[in-house]
Design a protein around this ligand. Structure first.
Ligand code: THG
Length: 375
């Protein structure tokens, strides 16, 4: 079959790792927040999945998680305006996964937020232009804040052996790091921001390479491959199978600007009764009180062996549309051995156990709604 290529240009940002990854056998890209994000190397998605969840460690170039920096007297006020998560008492050293919402209470993005200093915040975004929206808001409200799309480059160390690899580089102290915490660790007399998080359910570490550390960051990347050989190290990428099993949502795929955080199951990151002032607060409260009219759920599809979701696929019951499939993949995990996916289900049809029909490649298949995450 004809395989189109992605044409590169300055508009699509390279990362500090791009050239290295191509030397390492990279074979596929997607674009994430205007940046190249690897999607394939030499092995298949399934082989990479077993390696990641088995006895290995993978290094992801996730510099597509672009870091926006908010500084200035009103930086806290502005970051808070953008999220229903209460950041009033946000502390240094913690990472906050935050749904960002607009004035309609719908999702703008779902970044990870770090407070570095009293008036300095780093926001590592998913695939939408948070910086433009925030700048407009700041200008309109007359806020004293500087918003900058930085050249931070995030590299993730993920998989079962990730902690041992991190220990060898950053020392024993890193083993005590708690989930979603960050701190500074030395490598070659350079202090790197390292957090215990990353886009796998197993987690691992993320290294946030600052704009003035690009050279040292690439040295660190190479060093990991030198000392990680016995730990079964490979270059990797957020793995679709692992992400769907773990129920890690992808903005633009599973959810977008037409969905609220409550509709996609991000309720636990919404502090609607707090005193914090954020966009869409009253609408979200009303939605919570009345109950959501659609809900993002897991789905399993029987007998289907292969699927590629490049746009939403309708879900039917007796020829009536009751939802749409937004992401799906065949899971080779012995626990599933079938297509699993993430679907937005309409009111009355989002209960676990709900049966449905779906047409893929002109063939009708049966499926069932289940909870997220799968694992
Ligand atoms: N790391 C960083 N930035 C990011 C991502 C990341 N920005 C874009 C994208 N990923 C945002 N999406 C997610 C989705 C899920 C999680 C993190 C970012 C995640 N969720 C945990 C879970 O569901 O188990 C819960 C987190 C918590 O309890 O606070 O990890 O990966 N830097």
């Amino acid at each position: 079959m004809n395989k189109p290529i992605l044409s590169k240009s300055r508009r699509i940002k390279k990362t500090i790792f791009t050239d290295r990854l191509e030397e390492q056998g990279l074979s596929g890209y997607t674009v994430y927040a205007q940046t190249l994000l690897p999607t394939a190397f030499k092995d298949s998605l399934e082989e990479d999945y077993f390696h990641l969840t088995g006895d290995g460690v993978q290094i992801f170039d996730v510099a597509g998680q672009v870091v926006i920096r908010f500084t200035g007297k009103d930086s806290k006020k502005l970051v808070q305006l953008l999220t229903p998560r209460d950041l009033t008492n946000a502390i240094f050293g913690k990472c906050y996964y935050c749904p960002f919402t607009n004035e309609e209470g719908n999702l703008l993005n779902d970044p990870v937020v770090l407070r570095l200093k009293e008036d300095e915040w780093l926001v590592s975004i998913a695939d939408s232009a948070v910086d433009l929206f925030a700048s407009g808001l700041a200008t309109g409200m007359g806020l004293e804040v500087n918003i900058e799309r930085t050249k931070y480059q995030i590299m993730a160390i993920q998989g079962k052996n990730s902690f041992e690899l991190s220990r060898r580089v950053f020392g024993d102290k890193i083993m005590d790091q708690k989930f979603y915490n960050y701190d500074y660790f030395d490598f070659n007399n350079n202090s790197f921001l390292v957090g215990r998080l990353g886009w796998t359910k197993m987690t691992g570490n993320e290294v946030w390479i600052s704009p003035d550390q690009h050279k040292e960051g690439l040295e660190l990347y190479d060093y990991l491959f030198e000392i990680g050989k016995d730990l079964n190290i490979k270059p990797g990428y957020p793995n679709l199978i692992e992400r769907i099993e773990g129920g890690l949502l992808s903005y633009g795929n599973d959810m977008d600007i037409f969905d609220s955080p409550l509709e996609v199951g991000l309720d636990k990151f919404c502090n609607l009764d707090s005193d914090a002032n954020f966009l869409g607060k009253e609408i979200l409260k009303k939605q919570r009180n009345e109950g959501v009219k659609k809900k993002l759920m897991g789905v399993k599809i029987k007998d289907l062996k292969q699927i590629e979701v490049d746009s939403e696929i309708n879900i039917y019951l007796n020829d009536i549309i009751i939802g749409e499939l937004r992401s799906a993949v065949f899971s080779p995990n012995p626990k599933y051995k079938q297509v699993i996916g993430i679907a937005m289900m309409q009111n009355g049809y989002f209960n676990v156990g709900q049966e449905f029909e779906i047409i893929v490649n002109d063939q009708k298949y049966k499926g069932e709604v289940c909870s997220l995450p799968f694992l």
